[in-house]
Every structure is written in structure tokens, then in C-alpha cells.
Ligand binder design. Sequence first.
Ligand SMILES: NC(=O)c1ccc[n+]([C@@H]2O[C@H](COP(=O)([O-])OP(=O)(O)OC[C@H]3O[C@@H](n4cnc5c(N)ncnc54)[C@H](O)[C@@H]3O)[C@@H](O)[C@H]2O)c1
Ligand SMILES: O=C/C=C/C=C(\O)C(=O)O
Length: 486
Amino acid sequence: MKDIKNFINGQYVTNVSGKTYEKRNPVDNSLIGLVHEAGQPEVDAAVAAARAALHGPWGKLSVVERCAMLDGLVAEINHRFDDFLQAEVADTGKPAHLASHIDIPRGAANFKIFTDTIKNVSTESFEMRTPDGKTARSYGVRTPRGVIAIICPWNLPLLLMTWKCGPAMACGNTVVVKPSEATPSTATLLGEVMNKVGVPPGVYNVVNGFGVNSAGSFLTAHPGVNGITFTGETKTGTAIMKAAADGIRPVSLELGGKNAAVVFADCDFDNAIATVTRSVFENCGQVCLGTERVYVERPIFDKFVAALKVKAEGMKPGRPFDHDTKIGPLVSKIHQKKVLSYYARAKEEGATIVFGGGVPDMPDDLKDGCWVEPTIWTGLPETASVVREEIFGPCCHIQPFDTEEEAVRMANDTKYGLATSIYTQDISRASRVATQIEVGLCWINSWFLRDLRTPFGGSKQSGIGREGGLHSLEFYTELRNVMVKY
Ligand SMILES: NC(=O)c1ccc[n+]([C@@H]2O[C@H](COP(=O)([O-])OP(=O)(O)OC[C@H]3O[C@@H](n4cnc5c(N)ncnc54)[C@H](O)[C@@H]3O)[C@@H](O)[C@H]2O)c1
Ligand SMILES: O=C/C=C/C=C(\O)C(=O)O
């Protein structure tokens, strides 16, 4: 059984309170280990260590020296690929082939993209004539923002944590990470790698625990934190934004979504089916960019529904390392209960259940896992709960449409604005629709393809700010203007 501790000032520590909580395997509900919950003392110690590290050897490194150290981190994460894979799969239950193609490679890539970016960043300079006839020149100076609080969700634990840690550290900040209570292992494991490559103590810290009245809220309320970057539910984003207001700390928020796929009759049908299958069911539907609303032009509606049903029927649930496993469990019993409540709601509201809607019949040794069936609904109005509210499970509602205007109107009819995918071979129409959809991320004939230099983030109630490439500098650095007269 694992003993999952906090990582503060380069040391693995438990806590003053002695409080622990169980981490269970979502596949079969077996006990993975005990997590030592960080309380106020541990959060205080982590923030103090991060503050001290800013003024120690870390703060004295040049950009090139800092990036060289982080490139060593990239190599060591790749060297310990299997350790991270085992830890992530144990925490989440996700299929190993998914984690080995998405989650773990991004753990390294999310540092590499920012060491490459930061080494080549310039700032602007202007010259002006002064009133007394002399000259003045301005130039920009970027400095680290300071101690960054990083609060992460459970669906892509290593990917989403390093997506914040990478730019934060490449820009010279120090960090205190609060992983999700459901998935503490990879963030905690990364501490070993930080020590191995010589990242000074206090630069990277991990406090495990929950949100309210636990490590999460202690961290966001801490006056020693200079910025908060958060990924999680929109309602949590609201709470964190309120906490950040005291002391006027900036936030970067990646929040919830209720993403649409818009499928036109002229699409490459096989590509559309294959890609929507991924965007609905991949990671057991636990991807913020995932599709829960599918709009299909009427001439191909029946054909599309039938084809997606065949894909859902082929989604064999199973253990992460079984080669024929196509879908894993949800991350926890709590989340399984939430998703099943929406399955029940859809039935009550009169949905046609094309496939799924319940719990799969699992072998005895897996029956206690957090399993749900991949599910497809049709026949509901746009006002139905499963069409309006984020479920974050392997399910979608498919709605026909007759005109482009109707499709755009329905896709935009949500408080969220995270991601959309559009399927058509008419590039003019694709561009026309993409510029009307109110989201931060729009894929055409594709989904979840990522160029890490591009701006990533949500509109409306799906987030604040953009992270990726140069865009991350806005949050992770302070830009100072210096003017000299001569
Ligand atoms: N936009 C994105 O890039 C993105 C990516 C992944 C997940 N998400 C969203 O995250 C949600 C699923 O993840 P989740 O269930 O872990 O989200 P969540 O909001 O319940 O928790 C996220 C993190 O916040 C912490 N937390 C909760 N309340 C807090 C508080 N008051 N103060 C400080 N910390 C607090 C939790 O402990 C956890 O570490 C979904 O809504 C999904 O859409 C968004
Ligand atoms: O579940 C949400 C996925 C988010 C993905 C990213 O933040 C990324 O690919 O950088």
C-alpha cells in the first residue's frame, strides 16, 4: 500500500494533524494507499519554502541556465516514463495505451515547449524625443510573478499540472501544486524527479488535500501567493476568483464546458464518426474539451446515429493494461454517482436511449469499480438537463439541424464557451461557422490536436486567460517598462 505524502522544500513530509484519506483504484475499488492531507501548517510551510527559493540559487539562474535545468527535467521524466504511467493509471483507471500516448508524453512536452519559448523571448523598445530636446528610450523587462499556486483536476492529472508548472518554472517562478484529491500520485512523484535533476528545494512543492476547508482553499487564500492558476469546474473557479480578490492576485482559469460537434452532410463521414467517437468517449468522457452535444445535418442524421451506436457497442470496458480494453471507469464513486444521476434524468425527461444508460455488466473482480456505459441519447429538446449541463462522462445527445444558422444558434446556446469541432468539406463554410462559434478552441475535421504554441483557454464561463507558447507569459511574468533619458 502506498504512503502518499506532501512534498515541501525538497522533502516528503506527512502533516501536523495526522489526517489521512484513502485513495482507491477506480477499476476495482481496491485500496491504493493513504494520502497525508496537508493542512494550514503544511500550506504555510510550502508557500514559505517557495518564497525563500525565489531569492536563493533558483532566482539567481540566468534564463539559459534555468532552461538547461528544466531540459534535464524533461529527460528524467522521459526516463521514468513507466513510473509515471503506472502511477497515473493506478489513480485514474484509464487505459494504459491512452495514458502512454497522451498523458505521460505531455508531462515532458509541457516543460520542453516553454524552455524553447522562454529562451527566445524578446521585449519591445521605443525611442522618443523629450520636451527639452533630448532622447528617451524605453525597454521592457520581464520578471517572474513570484509564488504561483497551481490547482488541478483529476481527469488528466500529470498533463494539466505540468501545463501550468512548465511555464511557471520556465519563467522563473516557484510553485505550490495542489493536485486533485482523487489523483495525487504523479504530482507527488514529480518531486523525486525535481530532486534528481537538482531543482533547488522550495521551487516545486506539492500539498495534497481537498478544496474547501482544506489545502485548496488554504492555498488560494494565502497572502504569500502571487498568482493562482486553476483548472476545474466553473463553480470552483468562481470560489477561487473570490479568494484571489483579497490581495489582488491574478488568476488564470480553465473551467468547464458543454462542447458541441457540428456535423454537416457533406463531411468525410468516416472521419467524422471516428473523431466524434473519440471526442465523446475518450478518457471515459472525462475531457473538458469533450463533446456532449452533437448536431447533425438532417440528411445524414439517422446514418450518423446508427454509426455512433456501433462505435459505442465496441467500447469494451476493462483493466488498464488489458490490450482489448477500449474504455476505463470514471475516476471515483462520487463522479460515477453524478454521471448515473444524469443517465436517470435523461430517461425521466423522455430521451430515446440509443445505447447505454446504465452500468456495464463487469466480471466479479471488477464489479466494485466506477463503471458506466458509454451512452447516446436522441429526441430531447435543447432545454433538457443533459443538453444544458456539463456531465463529464462518456455520453452525448444527438440533435438534427436543417440550416447552418440553426446549427450555430444551438451550438452557441450555452453559458460555456470552451471547444467546438466542425465537420464539413466546405472550407468556406467551416471558416464561416468557426468564426461564429463563441468558444476559445475550434477544431475543423479534427479534435484535441494540440500545437502547444497556440492560445489555449475558454470563453464565457469556460475560463479566463490563454495559456500556451508566448501567451503564457502574460500570466507567469510581470512586464516592467524602463525608460532612460540621454
Ligand atoms: N478548461 C479546461 O482546460 C479543463 C480541463 C480539465 C477539467 N476541467 C473541468 O474540471 C472539472 C472536473 O475536474 P474536478 O472535478 O477536479 O473539478 P473541481 O473544480 O471539483 O476540482 C478541481 C480542483 O480544485 C480543488 N478545489 C475545489 N474547490 C476548491 C476551492 N474552493 N478552493 C480551492 N481549490 C478547490 C479540488 O480539490 C481540485 O484539486 C470539469 O468541470 C471539467 O470541465 C476543465
Ligand atoms: O480535459 C481538458 C483537457 C485540457 C487539455 C489541455 O489543457 C492541453 O492540451 O493543454
